[in-house]
Every structure is written in C-alpha cells, then in structure tokens.
Design a protein. Structure first.
Length: 362
C-alpha cells in the first residue's frame, strides 16, 4: 500500500487522516475525506505513485561519482588554497545526498523497509553524519501535523519562533534573537548542517539499543572519515577553512530548501476544528515556481503541496502531479499557494519580522 493510501485509510487523531470533521472552506459542506478521495484515485490511476527505481539508481550513482571526484580533487589541490573552490561543490553534493536520504525516508525509492533504511543510513549517517532515525521521527511528526504549534516539531520554539505566543515568553538572549530573527535567519542557517549533526548524536538516547548501536557507529564513522580526509588531503589551516566553508554552505543550502515550504502559511488552531488531510496539507504548504533548475536545486521540495499530500510519490512525479492537484483544489474551492523563488523568502522573512514586532515596540 502506498503511503498516501495508508494515510487516507487511517482515522486516529493526529495521523493526517482526510476523514476529519472539519470541512475546508468553500467545499460546499462536503466532508474532508470526500475531497481527498477523488484526487487520490486520479493520482493512482495515472501511475504517479509507482516507484521510479531506475531514476533513483541513476541519481544515486551520479551523486556518488560526484562525491568521489571531489574527494580526488581535494588530494590533487590540497596543498593549494585553490582547494577551497571544491568546498561549495561538496556542499551542493551533500545537499543532493540529503535529498536522497529524505526520499528514502518516505519510501519513495523502494517499498522494502530494509532497503529504504539502508539507503537512509548510508546517505544520512555515513555520508553526512546526520542521524536517519532522528530525522525520520521528527519529519514524520511534521508531516502528520504540519504547522500545528503543539504537534509539529518544525514550528516548536527553539532558536527561532513562529508565533506571537512563542515570542511573548522569550527572555534574555533568546528575546534579543526573536526581536532580530528576520535579520539573523540566513546567517543562522549557516550553522544548520552542524546543528543537525549534533541533534543526531543527542537523539541516540531516545533510540532502542540495537538502533542506537548502528546509528551511533555510522555517525562516528562519518566524523572520523571526514576529519581523516581533510587532514590527509591538505594542511591543517586549509582543512579548517575548507570545513568551515563546506559546512556553512551546506547548512545554507538546506535552509534555502526547507524554509519557504511552510513558514508564514496557515497554522491550525490547536483548540479549533480538526482539519482533514487535504486541508491540513494544502493550506499549510507553499510551492515554489520555477523550472528544471529550481527542481534540481531544491530537490523537488518546491512541490511541497504535492509532496505533503502524497509523501511516497517519487520525486520526478511531483511536477506531473501538480496540474492535477491544482485543478482539484480549484474544483473544491481551496486556495493553492505558489510563489516565486525570491518572493517565497520575502514572505518567510516578513512573517518572522511580524512575529518579533511586539518585542521591538516595548
């Protein structure tokens, strides 16, 4: 069964069921489940939930060749400061690696859980030093309740906050961060790659013993391998500079891919009506307009609405599903949000600025 179909059949609270009691605005009183079911049938009938094993095999192979080529280049140029030109290339390839791990976590690549788990461990833990188990747990909770202040970990109050309620309780240095978070957002994303590595190690305490051993060993293997590569390929000063540029640009790339997807979109009222699957996923998500370059740079996450409606849909099918989803939303009277690449970040920063506004006028 596809992940989308499984979501459609579940009904417990918080699972992302389309059979919730709340009716999307403009649907003429139809249930939320009846709004999603025809769309699901159409998508399945067009084969858009069928996996693209060959496409992913080529993508993984090309990415692996790219990583090896950069590694060889580091040894060839290691004694020269020209080696720093390879750091941005490596950050881009690492982002591609993260996108592969993301897709594996959603069972887009294979229906076999063991295969998906193995791909996630290799591309997450081993190649990036980012825990696959930590990310999968966090990301699945996000998908089940996007932008829900009490259930979505991506909008929980942390370094940044996303609601005025979160902002009001900030004190000390965090209060200063909130006042200025719209200006600090992009500088802070430079630390995102390192932060995700730290979160992965911290999450080992939550994991079952067997999972903890596998995850932990691979995380340590990445750290040892990364440091060894740098120190054997180049002098110490070059190594520190290379790591700084690589990790900063990697974090920035991830921030550029993730930030515009939901920030500044609707946030369900925790005490309000329960939203159905279609409403929950569409109204809280924003697509980014663009062409093949945008699709490649953002790893398909620019089709955020389609991805949230059908998490197991292979990445190359998301653009094919977009006209179907857009037409269906129009038919049921539901807004479908798209923005240009630059405008999407403008909207995100505006939202962050408005959240911090009360703290600046005190």
């Amino acid at each position: 069964m596809s992940q989308a179909a499984a979501v459609a059949e579940r009904s417990p609270s918080g699972t992302g069921s389309p059979s919730g009691t709340g009716s999307p605005s403009g649907t003429g009183g139809r249930s939320a489940g009846s709004d999603f079911a025809p769309l699901l049938r159409t998508v399945k009938d067009r084969g858009l939930l069928n996996r693209r094993t060959g496409w992913y095999a080529r993508t993984i192979a090309v990415n692996a060749v790219g990583l090896i080529a950069v590694g060889v280049g580091m040894f060839l140029l290691g004694t020269s400061w020209w080696v720093l030109l390879l750091a941005p290339m490596l950050s881009i390839l690492c982002a591609r690696t993260a996108f592969i791990g993301h897709d594996a976590g959603h069972s887009q690549i294979s229906a076999d859980r063991a295969v998906s788990r193995a791909i996630g461990l290799v591309h997450g833990n081993l190649l990036l030093g980012m825990s696959s188990a930590w990310w999968t747990d966090k990301h699945n909770r996000h998908h089940a309740n996007p932008n829900h202040i009490d259930k979505d970990p991506d909008v929980a109050a942390n370094v940044l906050v996303w609601t005025s309620r979160q902002a009001k309780v900030r004190v000390g240095f965090r209060r200063w961060l909130t006042r200025n978070q719209s200006w600090l957002f992009f500088p802070l994303t430079l630390l995102q790659g390192v932060a995700m590595k730290i979160y992965g190690f911290q999450d080992l305490r939550r994991q079952a013993p067997r999972e903890r051993v596998v995850e932990g060993l691979l995380l340590v293997a990445h750290l040892v391998g990364y440091v060894t590569l740098l120190l054997t390929a180049m002098p110490l000063g070059h190594a520190f500079a290379f790591a700084a540029v690589h990790q900063a640009l990697f974090g920035l790339h991830l921030g550029l891919a993730f930030a515009p997807n939901h920030k500044g979109m609707e946030m369900p009222d925790p005490n309000g009506e329960r939203w159905g699957h279609l409403r929950r996923q569409v109204l809280t998500s924003r697509n980014i307009r663009g062409g093949p370059v945008t699709d490649w740079f953002l790893g398909g996450l620019n089709y955020q609405i389609e991805h949230h409606l059908f998490p197991s849909m292979p990445r190359p099918h998301l653009r094919l599903a977009q006209p179907v989803v857009r037409a269906h939303c129009a038919a049921v009277g539901m807004s479908y949000t798209e923005a240009g690449f630059v405008d999407s970040y403008r909207q995100v920063l505006r939202h962050m600025y408005e959240v911090g506004e009360p703290l600046r006028v005190e």
